[in-house]
Design a protein around this ligand. Sequence first.
Ligand code: NCD
Length: 326
Amino acid sequence: MKRHLLSTADLSRDDAVLILDTAEEIARLSARPIKKLPTLRGRTVVNLFFEDSTRTRTSFEVAAKRLSADVINFSAKGSSVSKGESLKDTALTLEAMGADAVVVRHSASGAAYRLANAGWTTSHVVNAGDGTHEHPTQALLDAFTMRRHLGGLEGRRVTIVGDVLHSRVARSNVRLLATLGAQVTLVAPPTLLPVGIGGWPCEVSYDLDSVVPASDAIMMLRVQRERMSGGFFPTEREYSRRYGLDAQRMAKLPEKAIVMHPGPMVRGMEISADVADSVRSVIVEQVANGVSVRMAVLYLLLSGNQSAIGPDIAENDNTEKKGAGA
Ligand code: NCD
């Protein structure tokens, strides 16, 4: 693995499998009564969030804390950023305070690259979403969830539906899933597909009904109103009718297929409430898996890319348990 996690394009198949396998081991350890591991004791992880987020920020915070790292949450609101401080000055300030890893979310595509490569910081940088570009840990937790349910990703058919144009989740997923051997189909109205989509390693369709029966997993995307300036579709009703997942459409999925959503959901728009709460929905599991996957990423980056979490973390885990019991 590289020094930073900026894009799923940077992950080889071996890197991705290492992260997913490490997350599996961590998930097993997290099922024990004492969830905390001492692995990153004394290390500092900064959550640098310039854009609103609930689950991703909390998930990284829980992940770092479960590994015993010190966590500093830095959000743009209420900080000097709202007084006009730049990404550079913020980075230099955090660097001076001795951050080992910086988890960054920013509305500008490329912000995480800039932070990692401009020489402002020596920390490991993890991209937690940059503009409409990438969100690699989301794709990793999605792959983790699919692998668990579908028994592997090679040859599995994954359908991603909705606002692909504004979705860093879709971009990261397409790349990672292609690396892992899955077949991806994107479904969206033509207005919500990016220019150059022909070069992506996936199929494209405008007709959800024809793709649903051939899907092992279907991932619904939120329509990102906050990133839109004009009208991308006639009405919400029209959008839901053609590109939303309701019970009737879900019934056409193969028997073991799963329904996914990265959150936040707009119930009634891209997904109906009954589908979101149905037995096929793994949306809540995705959130839980996010913690294990982010623990694996932080662990692998900060502990020098050890090839397996096994003996090291397991040993520490015992020490912690003995200590806690004493
Ligand atoms: C997504 C994001 O922020 O890119 N959410 C997330 O990280 N769980 C998708 C979205 O905002 O719709």
